[in-house]
Write a protein that binds this ligand. Structure first.
Ligand SMILES: Nc1ncnc2c1ncn2[C@@H]1O[C@H](COP(=O)(O)OP(=O)(O)OP(=O)(O)O)[C@@H](O)[C@H]1O
Ligand SMILES: [Mg+2]
Length: 244
């Protein structure tokens, strides 16, 4: 059996597009026949809802796995998009706080569980904003991180995130994605403020109103509007990630 390529999508700021990129990139990879699982690590559960899943209680959420009451593969739900989803519920919030020992137990518990779903080509971890214990855990589980940023932001990788990445427990490829790009822009200074970190710029997603639309079926925008410019950007990004 193969081993999934595990990608954590993280950024401390709210609203930079973590969930949008997780859901639409996963959908694009599925369309290209890469079997993909999305693990929702955000208690706000935006990715779960975007895929049409809104749990009424936590008995089948990722928190049940952390509590040792279920296995990841048991709570994984096939969605209309073709993405398999490990959903979140607000009950995950309690695991966001805690010391190093708490983080180590989260990592230990979930890394064992990740071994049980290693047949997927890609596993995405959609992180909450901030840099709490859940984000530390995602970084420890990931082979690569995807960091969306907005080109109008002065600081693309905030210092706290830079520090977290430089302390990553194992070598982790750091990929930057420009999001909400308006017009044609050329990236000339992506290494700006990366400090000693080695980062790769892997693509840009244009600003598109389509990405803000939700539908009752839980189908990601790129599936409903494949001719949209942003859908083409996701296809390029998916190709970049599958070649590397
Ligand atoms: N390329 C884009 N074009 C237009 N709107 C976008 C784009 N990317 C994201 N958005 C919109 O920006 C808002 C925030 O995006 P999203 O929820 O993905 O961010 P997030 O980083 O996951 O936020 P949070 O930290 O709260 O989880 C959403 O309304 C989303 O539809
Ligand atoms: Mg989000």
């Amino acid at each position: 059996m193969g081993r999934s390529n595990v990608l954590a999508i993280l950024h401390p700021r709210r609203g930079v597009g973590k969930t949008t990129i997780a859901v639409n990139l996963a959908a694009t990879l599925v369309k290209a026949e890469h079997w993909t699982v999305l693990i929702d690590l955000d208690p706000e559960s935006d990715a779960s809802r975007a895929l049409g899943v809104d749990l009424t209680n936590g008995s089948r959420s990722i928190a049940a796995v952390i509590r040792g009451r279920a296995h990841l593969r048991e709570i994984c739900i096939p969605t209309a998009s073709g993405i398999d989803l490990v959903p979140a519920h607000l009950d995950l919030a309690v695991f966001g706080t805690g010391d190093g020992g708490h983080r180590a137990s989260l990592v230990g518990r979930l890394s064992e569980e990740m071994d049980g779903i290693d047949a997927y080509a890609f596993a995405f971890l959609d992180c909450p904003s901030g840099l709490n214990a859940l984000v530390h855990t995602a970084l420890a589980l990931a082979d690569q991180v995807l960091i969306p940023y907005q080109t109008d932001e002065r600081e693309r990788i905030p210092e706290a995130l830079r520090n977290l990445l430089s302390e990553a427990p194992h070598p982790t490829k750091i990929n930057l994605i420009a999001n909400k790009v308006i017009g044609v822009e050329h990236e000339t200074d992506v290494h700006e403020n990366a400090g000693d970190l080695e980062v790769s710029y892997v693509g840009a997603i244009r600003y598109s109103p389509m990405l803000q639309e939700r539908n009752a079926l839980g189908l990601p925008p790129v599936i409903l509007g494949p001719e949209d410019e942003a859908a083409k950007d996701f296809a390029e990004l998916a190709a970049e990630l599958t070649f590397n």
